[in-house]
Design a protein around this ligand. Structure first.
Ligand code: HEC
Ligand code: HEC
Ligand code: HEC
Ligand code: HEC
Ligand code: HEC
Ligand code: HEC
Length: 452
């Protein structure tokens, strides 16, 4: 009887674990799909290029158009032109810039997207008082699933001990009734040992279960370690890349000009902004509010069209403290110059930062966003390649170093590569085999290249 109970509880626990894993992968699926297909235009809780997504399913359901919303996502203009949807007409009038049809997604996939956005909670800003933000918004999510794992393990352990306890009481009672002497050495531990020996199959299940479970947990943690994807700290000024780098088409390097020459791409000083904002005092979205902050930081009086000076004739400035989104650990060496200069790897910024010209504030992109952008005409023109590992992880660096071919014809670089190849006979032969040179073949997988 007790054995059956134990087997039963083991089964229950395994089922719980499986069900939980399935549920969390469903909502993660929605998150992934949303980020890859919709996030370039939609935010779950804010209007962007497209309207906010949270509650949108309910809105259409309330209007009696629960089925039509899937037709909308699959092909908006077709639904609008059919004239059978009031919602489509209303939203079209709000903004006639048609959204890209998403016909490649199945109904279940779109459902998982709505589940994700409806359960989405905006991350709490990870910014300390004026300090650098180094937090990671993912941690909340990880915590809540940790919480479930703990409950499940707790139930398992509790049930096991309760049952073993009952069993011991029972056998003691039986022994007493039969008038047998109770073995004083029969402690809980020796009993448990005997029980495990007799029920080797259940024991094995338990051991394998626990090993798998802790393995998955540990692996998951190690994998999460240093995953900073989709991180966007809040900022003191509502700067927009979409307006400056997108609409106005200002080159990335105009503002991040040290990227070509140094390790850091750097954040522009307010003086760079003042090249234009000494004249431009108003923006389309915030009026004078946000640009006034620039003037204050630069010590600029827009009415007098002059900078405020102290008694020594120096400008009274108060630099803007931007919060950092990207943050590699100290033990890693990464240099922008080695990657973006036209004489070196000549990689487009968007390969590692995603379609920043469509973002407002700078943020760490996800690999899905980068891949989606790499598949567009613009992405292909810029020579972007598809990678699989999360941005800023070691896996990401070395995956690219193994995949990215080095263009031997790029100016000034050929000599240098040749010198390096001559030093290594093994590489030399390999290159003649497949006619390709990757960073790995030039030593880009050597630990010391990236680690101090
Ligand atoms: C290229 C930009 C773009 C992409 C990508 C995009 N949308 Fe849209 N979406 C819009 C715009 C713009 C609107 C507003 C209506 C219009 O102008 O077509 C909209 C409207 C909607 C609406 C109706 C909103 C309402 O308030 O009734 C839904 C639902 C929707 N989108 C879902 C999605 C989903 C789901 C995805 C991803 C699978 C997606 N969209 C991808 C731009 C986009
Ligand atoms: C192309 C660059 C690159 C190379 C080559 C490289 N690493 Fe790393 N390594 C990184 C980056 C980036 C991180 C930080 C990842 C993070 O924070 O998640 C890292 C992290 C680590 C960590 C810390 C683990 C962690 O999650 O923080 C160890 C240990 C490590 N690397 C060992 C090695 C060893 C050993 C080699 C050689 C076999 C090597 N690395 C080669 C880029 C590299
Ligand atoms: C090459 C010129 C140029 C530079 C450099 C420039 N801006 Fe602008 N910025 C503009 C113009 C033009 C507008 C107004 C656009 C419009 O009205 O459509 C603007 C608008 C803005 C707005 C208002 C946005 C809104 O929607 O109300 C902010 C905030 C802003 N810029 C911040 C910055 C910051 C911060 C920098 C420096 C990092 C900067 N700008 C550098 C040209 C520039
Ligand atoms: C090969 C990948 C790669 C390319 C290409 C690349 N970056 Fe970066 N970028 C990174 C990494 C990795 C970091 C984080 C560096 C750190 O924390 O030390 C970063 C950080 C940044 C930062 C934060 C400030 C800093 O310097 O740490 C800015 C801004 C930036 N990049 C802009 C750019 C621009 C603009 C370009 C194109 C001219 C570019 N990046 C090209 C990988 C890349
Ligand atoms: C008009 C100036 C300007 C232009 C042009 C510009 N940026 Fe930025 N960028 C900024 C400012 C200011 C910040 C800091 C505020 C923020 O994070 O948005 C920033 C932040 C970033 C960050 C986040 C850095 C970090 O780790 O905190 C990245 C990445 C970045 N920019 C990439 C790009 C790329 C790629 C382009 C070209 C498509 C570009 N920027 C064009 C001004 C500019
Ligand atoms: C999108 C592809 C790509 C990514 C991602 C990338 N690299 Fe690279 N990296 C290259 C290319 C291409 C070169 C070759 C340039 C050269 O040899 O000078 C290179 C060269 C290097 C070098 C010089 C190697 C040498 O042999 O001198 C270092 C160091 C380096 N990368 C570190 C990193 C680190 C650290 C990361 C991750 C944070 C990273 N890279 C991510 C493409 C990439």
């Amino acid at each position: 009887m007790v054995n059956k109970l134990i087997k039963f509880s083991v089964k229950i626990t395994l089922t719980l674990v499986l069900a939980f894993t399935a549920f969390s992968s469903f909502s993660q699926e929605g998150e992934k799909l949303f980020k890859a297909n919709c996030a370039s235009c939609h935010n779950p809780v804010k209007n962007a290029t497209g309207p906010k997504m949270q509650g949108v399913l309910q809105k259409w359901t309330d209007a009696g158009e629960e089925e039509l919303i899937y037709q909308w996502v699959s092909n908006p203009s077709k639904l609008y032109n059919s004239g059978k949807s009031k919602m489509a007409k209303a939203i079209w009038d709000w903004s006639p810039t048609a959204m890209t049809p998403q016909g490649h997604l199945s109904r279940e996939e779109v459902e998982s997207i709505f589940t994700y956005v409806d359960n989405y909670a905006p991350p709490v800003a990870a910014v300390g008082a004026g300090g650098l933000a180094t937090g990671n918004d993912k941690s909340n999510e990880a915590d809540s699933s940790d919480y479930w794992w703990w409950i499940i393990s707790f139930i398992l352990v509790f049930v096991l001990f309760a049952i073993l306890g009952v069993r011991r009481e029972l056998s003691a009672a039986v022994a007493a009734k039969e008038g047998k002497e109770i073995d004083p050495k029969s402690t809980f531990a020796t009993n448990a040992q005997q029980w495990f020996l007799r029920n080797w199959f259940v024991t094995m299940l338990l051991v394998v279960g626990v090993a798998l479970f802790s393995g998955v947990e540990l692996f998951g943690r190690a994998y999460q370690l240093g995953v900073y994807e989709d991180y966007m700290p809040s900022q003191p000024v509502a700067y927009s890349h979409k307006l400056h780098a997108g609409k106005m088409g200002i080159e990335c390097k105009y503002c991040h000009h040290s990227a070509e020459k140094s390790k850091h791409a750097g954040i522009p000083s307010v003086n760079v902004c003042m090249n234009c904002h000494a004249i431009v005092h108003e923006g389309p979205e915030y009026g004078t509010e946000e640009i006034d902050k620039l003037h204050k930081a630069a010590g600029y009086n827009k009415n007098k069209q002059a900078y405020n000076l102290d008694e020594f004739g120096d400008r009274i400035e108060k630099p803007i403290v931007w919060n950092k989104a990207h943050n590699l650990p100290d033990h890693v060496y990464f240099s922008h110059a080695q990657h973006v200069h036209s004489n070196t790897a000549n990689i487009d910024c968007r390969q590692c930062h995603g379609p920043v010209q469509t973002y407002t504030l700078g943020r760490v992109s996800t690999i899905d966003e980068v891949n989606a952008y790499a598949a567009t005409d613009d992405g292909m023109e810029r020579g972007l390649i598809q990678l699989t590992k999360p941005l800023l992880t070691m896996g990401w660096c070395i995956e690219c170093h193994n995949k990215k071919e080095i263009d031997l014809t790029s100016s000034g670089y050929y000599e240098e590569i040749h010198k390096r190849i001559k030093l290594r006979a093994d590489v030399n032969n390999k290159i003649f085999e497949d006619d390709k040179v990757t960073v790995k073949e030039l030593g880009g997988w050597e630990c010391a290249k990236c680690h101090y």
